[in-house]
Design a protein around this ligand. Sequence first.
Ligand SMILES: C[S@@+](CC[C@H](N)C(=O)[O-])C[C@H]1O[C@@H](n2cnc3c(N)ncnc32)[C@H](O)[C@@H]1O
Length: 158
Amino acid sequence: MRVRVDGVDPSRRLIEFARRNAASARVSGRARLEVGDAAGLRWLEGTRDRAISTGTPHILRDPVRVLRESHRVLKPGGDVWIYNQARVSSQIDVQKWKGSFASGEWRLYGLFLIFAKVDPGRGYSRGQAVSMIEAVGFPDPRIRQRKGEIEARMTKRA
Ligand SMILES: C[S@@+](CC[C@H](N)C(=O)[O-])C[C@H]1O[C@@H](n2cnc3c(N)ncnc32)[C@H](O)[C@@H]1O
């Protein structure tokens, strides 16, 4: 199956990074990657087969708006796949990570610690996640944890 992908991220650097990855995987012709906001997509209602999100729910300011937008652009019977680390800190060996820093990166790490205090990210219980998903109109959220990762899937009514 030849899949076509539209991808958005508000960060221009992330989009450039994704475009380089698409080019090295030789799929640039099938991946339209642009600066954008998942809470306000420019695509028409009922035009997409699937919405996929990786590593993002914990930093979204308004996850319900993003879910609502995904629901809007999906075709009836289309689905959403969401993947997020269960706990970011469980994914890495902190000592090994710090040992890999180049000298200039220690300053960035300092900024990261300040940023993490100001905006520590958001976690949701299973019940909170199910309520948000059902409020948007997806009737059947399936949420499961596999190793350090949470997977959530839901389908728009046909
Ligand atoms: C941890 S990164 C994950 C990046 C990429 N999805 C991946 O899996 O490699 C989280 C990303 O979410 C993006 N993000 C934050 N708010 C967003 C929004 N409203 N819509 C789309 N992306 C958003 C950030 O710019 C950041 O690049």
